[in-house]
Design a protein around this ligand. Structure first.
Ligand code: GDP
Ligand code: MN
Length: 394
């Protein structure tokens, strides 16, 4: 799950990292009020930033500076409602603009192959790391944190030197270790600060001082660990989620959309994967992974059907249910009912084995548009064939 910059900054702040204060505004008037506050507090300019879950907002025109409240209001009203990479901006972040001396890149990600936390750093920040990696791969420093002891002091210092932060060694070590702590405490799989900036500020005596600030933050949380962090679930931004994903979660169905045209409805994650493997082996392409979960009552079957059919590329549906706790007849009834409510009639191939499989077969027999199969191989073959037939007009 991706979270917005403002929420990511809250998590960094909670670890004691240096993040300049901000406000979130949903209207231009709110942005103006926030700007007034920062400008009255001594800021020469404020920065106004689109809050959307994509990178490169700056390039897309979603990050702008203003030096007057009225200008801040104007800019906020132009950013709110803006389309950035297909997403409509609904909120902006407002903060005192930093006087940037230099921008660096620092992030940690879960390296699944190494089973360690991998730090990535670049002395040249601000730009998207993918672009830098393609252009100048040697400009990126990689370093694995210790699997048990975390990012050791000498490792953090090594990163700092490689980012050219010699003059800010202590702060850089704090930031790097803070990123690690943020990752661990929240079960994140990515914590990225880009830019981590050396900014110029005025000291109490009016002289200029330079210090590090996290000016942008991107955090991705591990969905499978969210149950351990009830507070983080609230950071989910439903505005930016695929409605199909929202519906799947509400129904307790594991659903992942894929590229193919054969919709799969299966109970059990392992069986679902095996079913997809067999579809591929038979020359077909699964349109989704779907584990309907335990029980598989008829309302859940209907919900699963809706999820599958929401994808317009689905040309056939393969149902593979192993009746244990799930009763075959209940699933079959659910299928017939769901089919009668279907707006789009897609051919369906059903294999139900186990508890009440014979009753299921009775229910499905003679049901228009539903083919049955006894073995999984047969079901897969029929589904692949059905996906290749000309579809009858709806
Ligand atoms: P992104 O484009 O989505 O990664 O958004 P960022 O928050 O990283 O902003 C993009 C760029 O805008 C940064 O790399 C900075 O160059 C600039 N920027 C962001 N915040 C400030 C700020 O407070 N002051 C100044 N002068 N520039 C900023
Ligand atoms: Mn950025």
């Amino acid at each position: 799950m991706k979270i917005q910059e403002a929420d990511a900054k809250s998590l960094l702040l909670a670890q004691g990292l240096p993040v300049p204060p901000w406000a979130v505004a949903r209207t231009a008037a709110q942005a103006r009020t926030a700007a007034e506050r920062f400008l009255a507090g001594g800021a020469e300019e404020v920065v106004i930033k689109a809050q959307v879950l994509v990178g490169g907002r700056g390039k897309a025109g979603g990050v702008k500076l203003a030096s007057e409240p009225a200008e801040a209001e104007r800019i906020a009203s132009s950013i709110l409602g803006m389309d950035i990479k297909g997403i409509t901006v609904r909120k902006v972040l407002v903060a005192a603009a930093a006087d940037i001396v230099r921008e660096v890149y620092l992030a940690c990600v879960l390296d699944r192959d190494a089973r360690k936390v991998l730090f990535m750093g670049a002395a040249q920040g601000g730009v998207e790391i993918e672009a830098l990696a393609a252009e100048d791969p040697d400009a990126i420093t990689y370093l694995h944190a210790h699997p048990h002891l975390g990012l050791l002091d000498y490792q953090a210092r090594l990163l700092a030197f490689q980012l050219g932060l010699d003059a800010h060694l202590k702060d850089a070590v704090t930031v790097a270790q803070g990123l690690y702590a943020t990752m661990l405490d929240n079960d994140a799989d990515l914590v990225e600060v880009n830019p981590l900036a050396i900014v110029r500020e005025r000291g109490t005596d009016g002289s200029a001082v330079e210090r590090l600030q996290c000016l942008d933050a991107k955090i991705t949380l591990d969905d499978s660990a969210l149950h351990r962090h009830p507070g983080l679930e609230e950071l989910r931004d439903l505005d930016e989620e695929d409605p199909v994903d929202i519906e799947a979660r509400a129904q307790g169905i594991s659903f992942i959309r894929l590229e193919g045209d054969i919709g799969c409805m299966v109970n059990g994650a392992g069986l679902a994967m095996a079913t997809m493997d067999l579809v591929k082996r038979a020359g077909g392409q699964p349109a989704n992974f779907l584990d309907i979960g335990g029980g598989a009552r008829s309302d859940k079957v209907a919900a699963a059907m809706r999820l599958i059919l929401a994808d317009p590329s689905v040309r056939a549906i393969l149902v593979n249910i192993f009746g244990g706790i799930a009763r075959g007849d209940e699933v079959a009834r659910g299928l017939v009912e769901a089919r009668s409510q279907q707006a789009r009639h897609v051919p369906m191939v059903v294999r139900i084995v186990g508890t009440n499989a014979d009753l299921a077969a009775d229910i499905l027999r003679g049901s228009e548009g539903i083919e049955t199969a006894t073995s999984l191989d047969e079901a897969v073959e029929k589904a692949v064939a059905a996906s290749r037939r000309e579809m009858a007009p709806a």
